[in-house]
Ligand binder design. Structure first.
Ligand code: GLA
Length: 373
């Protein structure tokens, strides 16, 4: 399985070197934010429910210095090997990566009108696989906003940073996502899962199990929240909230979900996924606390079935991946993230890991496997 190629130290040195080569000066500060995997609780965040993600070793690092030679922002992405300069915060018409940077700058200066704009040279380095449902865009926004906070010396806590990053995705980029990704990327702790109530933002940090491991497998299907399928599901759930006349589907129990109110069975199925998923997430957290990982795995499997059949966010290839993982000895397996592609996450007892891996490798090449911890 692949591990992050660089240790944090090497990334810093690299970033520094590249920074000097790119901008002819040294970076004055560096920030970072990690990707996440959601263990359970999908499309429950923007409906005021529960999620249970944890941080991944993959991360985005931002280095910065003042641009003293022109009145513009220069941003260099090592991943895309592209340097872009701009002096306004107008969003592109074709979903460019720079929109996330411009969005962060725009939101940050909006909420801090007292600040005089400082033009910056910014370097972005990332080890996060992009478009795989592990929140690369949130990590980017959180890292940029933490950089701006530190650069301007504004007293935001990490919770506030997450809320700002969420604002960037919703109001600037135009994705109707919830707060899960930004929260875990900004306040998460390695080795712990974050059980988050997305309505109150109350959370608990729970130790990941010692005798089990989680593993990601790439479905090889590229995804992007900016694609319409994600927003479609969001809108269907908002319709469901209107139908049953509640503000947040996440607060509805299965007994309260009255099927007879729905004239459109599709909307009912979407709501059914969310209502049952919330219940599963609350139970999963209890099982993790008790270290009852076989029950936890079972909930992951039920979650996938619901995500695939009621929410219709999976695909035949992904269902097969999940099925093969379970047949190879995983206790639980499911598609993680916003849906329609990206990674699956599997739970495997450590003592069965080698057999599981050997068997899965008969179906998928090494580069499809990613370690979590
Ligand atoms: C994406 C969004 C999150 C969440 C998940 C689905 O990752 O950014 O807010 O809605 O999809 O659980």
């Amino acid at each position: 399985p692949m591990t992050p190629k660089e240790t944090p130290r090497r990334i810093l040195e690299n970033a520094d070197n590249t920074f000097e080569k790119t901008f002819g000066q040294k970076a004055i500060l560096t920030t970072k934010a990690h990707a996440r995997v959601n263990l359970i609780g999908e499309h429950t965040d923007y409906t005021g429910g529960y999620v249970l993600p944890c941080l991944l070793p993959y991360k985005t690092t931002i280095s910065v210095a003042d641009n003293k030679s022109s009145n513009e922002f220069n941003v260099y992405s090592e991943l895309f090997d592209e340097k872009v300069s701009f002096s306004d915060f107008i969003r592109s018409k074709d979903n460019r990566w720079t929109d996330y940077i411009k969005g962060c700058l725009s939101v940050f200066f909006d909420v801090n009108p007292q600040l005089e704009i400082a033009y910056l040279n910014i370097l972005i380095n990332t080890s996060i696989p992009i478009g795989r449902g592990i929140a690369s865009s949130s990590a980017l926004c959180v890292a940029i906003l933490k950089m701006l906070r530190n650069y301007f010396g504004i007293r935001y806590n990490n919770n506030q940073i997450a809320i700002l990053a969420h604002k960037v995705e919703r109001n600037y980029v135009g994705v109707s996502g919830g707060i899960m990704d930004q929260m875990v990327s900004s306040i998460g702790i390695h080795g712990k899962a974050l059980f988050l109530n997305c309505l109150t933002h109350k959370y608990e940090l729970i130790d990941l199990p010692n005798n089990h491991r989680f593993e990601l497998i790439d479905s090889n299907i590229q995804r992007d929240n900016r694609n319409s399928a994600y927003n479609d599901r969001h809108n269907q759930l908002k319709k469901a909230e209107n139908i049953i006349d509640v503000d947040n589907l996440g607060t509805v129990t299965i007994d309260q979900l009255d099927k007879s109110l729905f004239t459109d069975n599709l909307i009912y199925k979407r709501a059914l996924h969310v209502v049952t998923e919330n219940q599963r997430t609350v139970c999963a957290k209890k099982f993790m606390l008790k270290n009852d990982m076989s029950r936890f795995g079972n909930l992951m499997n039920l979650s996938h079935t619901s995500y695939s059949q009621d929410f219709e966010a999976s695909s035949p290839e992904i269902d097969l991946l999940v099925q093969r993982s379970i047949e190879s000895g995983a206790i639980g397996s499911r598609l993680t993230g916003g849906g329609f592609g990206g990674f699956t996450v599997s739970l495997i007892e450590k003592q069965n890991y080698d057999d599981w891996y050997k068997n899965m490798r008969t179906f998928y090449p090494e580069e499809r496997f990613f370690e979590i911890h």
